[in-house]
Unconditional design. Structure first.
Length: 186
């Protein structure tokens, strides 16, 4: 079923919307949640919560890209679940490394809105990503959107883990400069 038809089912308040969403995007959402949480039960809970949040969000929202809309919801839920699980003691999962890498760029005090409104920051990051080569875009998005491991990205790119780590470090450095030039205090 096409995305526009699925979205229409949500607008019609037809419960089949959730079934169709699950059939088309269930694996996609599960992969995102598993990459962040590394726990099947927690990931499944976040995916189910994604369907509920989608049901409650459409309408009034009418997503242009349903996959991106779902991906954003499941990522946010998964990160929130991760934070709740690891609020006292940080675990040894891949996600703590990813969060550390991103925290090098954007402050961790949830004060990003003081720098620029969230939408402007997203636009600036998207503009920066557009300046990267296709391979670097792939690496960045796989690491920081899908939370894939360095090992996975290295295999997909046919490169060593070290070269991927170095390249991601360079991209983060360039992103930091790019955002600083646009007035974001980091």
């Amino acid at each position: 079923m096409e995305d526009k038809n699925i979205v229409q089912l949500y607008f019609d308040r037809n419960e089949r919307a959730i079934t169709e969403t699950s059939m088309k995007y269930g694996r996609y959402c599960s992969n995102i949640a598993m990459n962040i949480l590394n726990n099947h039960e927690d990931a499944e809970e976040c995916v189910n919560d994604t369907y509920l949040n989608t049901w409650n969000s459409i309408p009034p929202h009418k997503p242009k890209m349903l996959s991106t809309f779902l991906g954003k919801i499941v990522r946010n839920l998964s990160f929130n679940k991760y934070k709740a699980i690891h609020s006292i003691k940080r675990g040894g999962y891949e996600i703590s490394i990813i969060l550390d890498e991103i925290c090098e760029i954007v402050s961790d005090d949830e004060n990003v809105e003081d720098c620029v409104i969230r939408e402007e920051l997203v636009k600036d990051i998207n503009k920066f990503i557009d300046t990267l080569s296709k391979e670097k875009q792939y690496m960045f998005i796989r690491r920081y959107w899908y939370s894939d491991s360095i090992t996975y990205i290295a295999k997909k790119c046919g490169r060593s883990e070290n070269s991927i780590s170095v390249e991601l470090s360079r991209i983060r450095y360039k992103l930091r400069i790019y955002l600083s030039e646009r007035g974001c205090e980091l």
